[in-house]
Design a protein around this ligand. Structure first.
Ligand code: ATP
Ligand code: MG
Length: 704
């Protein structure tokens, strides 16, 4: 007999349908055989079947018949009837069994009291109690009836006491974290602790595989609730179906098997939070994985949390500087903004996010890097870079590597955001990097397919947009009343062969407030960071740009756009007029200026100075291959000798005409100095060249 038939038979029993009613139904079906044929035919619409059921059959059986026809299982009708008969042959108590585990066998008196308890609780009589010895309980009893479990055992009570203590300390004591406060709370709760039978809902695993388990019996579990399996691993309810619960597993499923026990906790999935998380590397559940020991936690936040409402928000107006000239000048990012970094593999996406983190040093911004499905070696390298630049002290790395099961990769960005929110609601500014959301979508696709949700475009489930929108909506700038902090998000998306019109890229582009588009062609041509000026945009950051920067960067985008157009246009022509030549030289100088190596961030005043210089045509006369060095030397000159100008821009935040002319004047002075030393360099170079030529000649002679 198949499981389905048994389930239907049990369902009949549960609904209290009698044998007489079934006989009556069978009678109708036998009398009008067309009905049976119609019910079994998939060609007949469900509505029509329902109409027939409502007209012909007794009321009590209608729901059952509708269930059968809706599921297309009407052909099983006879089998179900047989199974039902078989069930009812058995003594009535057979289905009503309770299992009592014990260490010391209960006395007759105790058994009678337990039976009394069951009868009162479930309003059924004659429950059979099966006795089972279980030394693990230490002492006392554990009673299981249906999906309910009552724990009067010592081990159960210890767990109960622990839970109660944790609850009183963390949730009820409020902010009173002084040591004495905690001790007195603990004392009073230990004294007041009343041992009571613990009642919890318990289910069994019916299927397990690939980080997913189907569970039968915990009917009241809700979406997002944590459940605990026998072997100690946790899971999160992800799918609530008619007959069973789909659970994603936060750990290896090797010890799980069909029939394993599952207990509901009634708690939503979340991670511990606290300021000690800074400087640490944790996994998607907030457990440290850097070998530096336990982290002192200050609370607990659930992974899923509603985004701040409109009234709680404030418009973006403070810049979040990345220190990268190409971004801060043309695609400024504000605190609370969500700016997508998008590009093919190996185009410097992570590097831009990393540079942004490094540039937050001393700016009172907390950084969180969420690695999703990355290679562990890549993450290790990134942590090392952070350490080397002293940036780990204000950064937390939430890491789910490619070897972690997909459920952990799926929850990693939500956990990271929960941690970010902890800081935001305390008034801090947070920068969070999701590296990358393409892998996140893939992990979610794996989970969804295993949970048997129907695949849609590119085999992603229908709610994959919601997956990212609910994550990124949590980034915001709060109004002072709501806490005043902010979360700036830099999600990363990897495209395939530059295809931004694929499903996930278009989704995330439409969710975010702009994108920085990186191009492999530019990257391979040495233009790094490989920002494509035409396709990148920042929709809100302009409001957060400082006045000085806005004025200095005024025409950069247009100049670059004109240059790119002109470059293609003039590629094959040799005879160019002076104006065009000038424009080309200016564009080339600009492109060269935007090249910036890793970890060489520029402060806002430095960027302004560079932009003013390039606007003044200072770089136009310099040979292209020397612009990089010239730029570095110029910046060093301003840092060392003309710090007053940098300070003035920093403090005033504006670029007046006086400052502008001062900058250009200083640049002229620098050029003069460079010319003097440059000519010396020139003679040196010439000497070197003659030396080399001599060496070549000697070599040639030797070989002859
Ligand atoms: P993946 O697709 O593998 O995640 P990615 O797009 O994140 O790659 P990165 O890892 O950031 O790319 O960078 C790829 C390589 O390019 C690295 O070796 C990095 O050192 C180099 N790189 C990135 N940006 C720059 C830059 N501005 N200057 C010089 N080298 C760079
Ligand atoms: Mg990367």
């Amino acid at each position: 007999m198949t499981q389905k038939v048994t389930e239907y038979a049990l369902f009949l029993d549960k609904c209290g349908i009698t044998k007489e009613l079934l006989q009556q139904t069978s009678g109708i079906l036998d009398a009008v055989s067309e009905i049976r044929l119609e019910f079994e035919s998939p060609a007949v619409s469900i509505e029509k079947k329902h109409i027939v059921i409502d007209r012909v059959f007794p009321e009590k059986i209608r729901n059952f018949l509708k269930l059968l026809t809706d599921n297309g299982d009407f052909a099983l009708y006879d089998d179900i009837l047989a199974a039902f008969d078989e069930n009812s042959q058995k003594p009535k108590e057979a289905g009503k069994r309770a299992v009592l585990s014990y260490v010391e066998k209960p006395t007759e008196d105790q058994l009678a009291r337990i039976r009394d308890f069951l009868e009162k609780e479930f309003h059924v009589s004659g429950i059979e109690i099966i006795l089972r010895e279980n030394p693990d309980l230490k002492s006392g009893f554990q009673l299981k009836y249906g999906a309910r479990e009552y724990d009067w055992s010592e081990s159960g009570r210890l767990a109960q006491l622990k839970e109660r203590l944790v609850k009183t300390v963390f949730q009820e004591s409020g902010k009173d974290f002084s040591e004495e406060g905690i001790i007195s709370i603990l004392q009073s709760s230990v004294e007041d602790f009343e041992l009571e039978a613990q009642d919890r809902e318990v289910g069994v695993v019916t299927w397990v595989g690939d980080g997913i388990a189907n569970v039968d019996g915990i009917d009241h579990a809700g979406y997002g609730e944590v459940v605990i399996f026998d072997c100690g691993i946790n899971g999160m309810v992800q799918d609530v179906r008619r007959n069973e619960i789909g659970v994603i597993l936060f750990g290896s499923d090797t010890e799980l098997h069909e029939g394993s026990r599952v207990v509901r906790t009634g708690r939503m999935a979340g991670i511990p939070v606290g300021k000690d998380f800074l400087g640490r590397v944790v996994n998607a559940l907030g457990d440290p994985i850097d070998g530096k020991g336990e982290i002192e936690t200050e609370g607990f936040r659930s992974m899923e949390f509603p985004a701040p409402s409109i009234v709680d928000r404030k418009s973006v107006s403070v810049p979040m500087e990345t220190g990268i000239l190409a971004i801060d000048s043309m695609f400024p990012i504000g605190r609370g903004q969500r700016e997508l970094i998008i590009g093919d593999r190996q185009t410097g996406k992570t590097s831009i996010a990393l540079d942004a983190i490094l540039n937050q040093k001393g700016k009172d911004v907390i950084c969180i890097y969420a690695a999703i499905g990355q290679k562990a070696s890549t993450v290790a390298q990134l942590v090392n870079t952070l350490k080397k630049h002293d940036a780990l002290s204000y950064t937390t790395v939430v890491c789910s590597t490619a070897s972690d099961p997909s459920p952990l990769q799926y929850v990693a960005p939500y956990s990271a955001t929960a941690l970010a929110e902890y800081f935001m609601y305390r008034g801090k500014d947070v920068l969070i990097v999701y590296d990358d959301l393409s892998k996140h979508a893939v992990a979610y696709r794996a989970i969804s397919l295993l949970l048997e949700r129907s695949p849609g475009r590119e085999a992603y489930p229908g709610d994959v947009f919601y997956l990212h929108s609910r994550l990124l909506e949590r980034s915001a700038r709060l109004s002072p009343e709501a806490g005043g902090g902010s979360i700036t998000a830099l999600p990363i998306i990897e495209t395939q062969a530059g295809d931004v019109s694929a499903y996930i890229p278009t989704n995330v582009i439409s969710i975010t407030d702009g994108q920085i588009y990186l191009e492999s062609e530019l990257f391979n041509a040495g233009q790094r960071p490989a920002v494509n000026v035409g396709l990148s945009v920042s929709r809100v950051g302009g409001a957060a740009q400082s006045k000085a920067m806005k004025k200095a960067a005024g025409s950069v985008r247009i100049d670059l756009a004109q240059y790119r157009e002109m470059e293609v246009f003039t590629q094959f022509s040799s005879d160019l007029d002076e104006g065009t030549k000038k424009q080309l030289a200016h564009g080339k100088a600009l492109m060269e200026l935007l090249k910036q190596p890793l970890g060489a961030s520029l402060s806002m005043p430095e960027q302004v100075v560079l932009l003013v210089c390039v606007g003044g045509g200072i770089f136009d006369q310099i040979p292209v291959e020397k612009i990089g060095d010239y730029k570095n030397a110029l910046i060093t000159y301003y840092r060392d000798s003309r710090n007053d100008i940098l300070k003035e821009i920093e403090n005033g935040g504006v670029l007046t005409d006086e400052i502008k002319s001062e900058i250009l004047l200083a640049a002229g002075e620098f050029a003069k100095e460079a010319d003097d030393t440059g000519s010396e360099d020139g003679t040196l170079e010439q000497q070197e060249e003659t030396k080399e030529a001599d060496a070549d000649a000697i070599e040639q002679q030797a070989s002859e």
